[in-house]
Write a protein that binds this ligand. Structure first.
Ligand code: 13P
Length: 253
């Protein structure tokens, strides 16, 4: 199955506006001419308006790191999916483990966000993945299954086709410990099997499943060459133009 790969950058809460501008300029300057993958950048929300202008006419796509499902209202400090969509944001991360852990986001709340992102014509990048304790007890599959069932499996077939899934084992995020290509492939195949069970093979075959967790320029190619790994969601290594550009190269196959 030939799915278009994605190299996605999650800057998290990093970089000044000027550093971000420079990074985008350097990425645009170094992007391969024969781009065959999608490149998605999720900066801190406050930089998005300016970044969207910078990205005009390029192949790079702007993304939000989070959103609120309500359109508007008394939600101090929040930004709605509708607001992001109106300024030209194309993708929105949802269910990142840092949101789940640090801000207590439940599968139910994440489901509402997924719906809001789709209603506003953006693409959800749905993050899932288990903790180290769960993996040590070999409970990772049951945990990820519940995340998918409770936040995604209410979607209709034409909606799920728009979703990008990102498997990010918590023990690999920011730790320097990357899942082995075999561990990544095993979980990605399991996720695809679940998608097949719910939506059928044809639909499941179209859905991109990204890996995230300590991706670097030197491990991206081997991870992305696994049959069910359709690119990556990159944190630390996306903050440097040359390392992110080499990860784009690895996805550009
Ligand atoms: P690192 O690449 O820094 O491990 O972060 C991964 C991540 O959380 C991307 O969303």
């Amino acid at each position: 199955m030939n799915r278009k790969k994605i190299a996605a950058a999650n800057w998290k809460m990093n970089l000044s506006q000027d550093e971000g501008d420079q990074l985008i300029q350097d990425i645009i300057a170094g992007i391969p001419g024969n781009l065959a993958c999608e490149v998605v950048i999720a900066p801190p929300a406050i930089y998005l308006t300016q970044m969207i202008k910078q990205l005009e006419g390029t192949d790079l796509q702007p993304a939000a790191q989070n959103c609120h499902p309500e359109v508007s209202g008394a939600f101090t400090g929040e930004i709605s999916a509708a607001m992001f969509s109106r300024i030209g944001v194309k993708y929105c991360l949802v269910g990142h483990s840092e949101r789940r852990q640090l801000f207590d986001e439940s599968n139910q709340f994440i489901r509402e966000k997924v719906d809001a992102i789709l209603e506003n014509q953006m693409i959800p990048v749905f993050c899932c993945g288990e903790s180290l304790a769960l993996r040590q007890r070999n409970e990772q599959n049951d945990f990820v299954r519940l995340q998918l069932e409770e936040s995604l499996f209410h979607l209709e077939e034409e909606q799920i086709r728009k979703v990008v899934v990102a498997y990010e084992p918590i023990w690999a995020i920011g730790t320097g410990v990357t899942a082995s290509p075999e561990q990544a492939q095993e979980m990605h195949a399991f996720i695809r099997l679940m998608l097949t069970g719910r939506y059928g093979q044809t639909t499941s075959d179209t859905i991109r499943i990204l890996y995230g967790g300590s991706i670097k320029s030197d491990n991206a190619s081997i991870l992305f060459s696994q049959p069910d790994v359709d690119g990556g969601l990159v944190g630390g290594a996306s903050l440097n133009a040359s390392s992110f550009l080499s990860i784009i190269e690895a996805a550009n196959t």
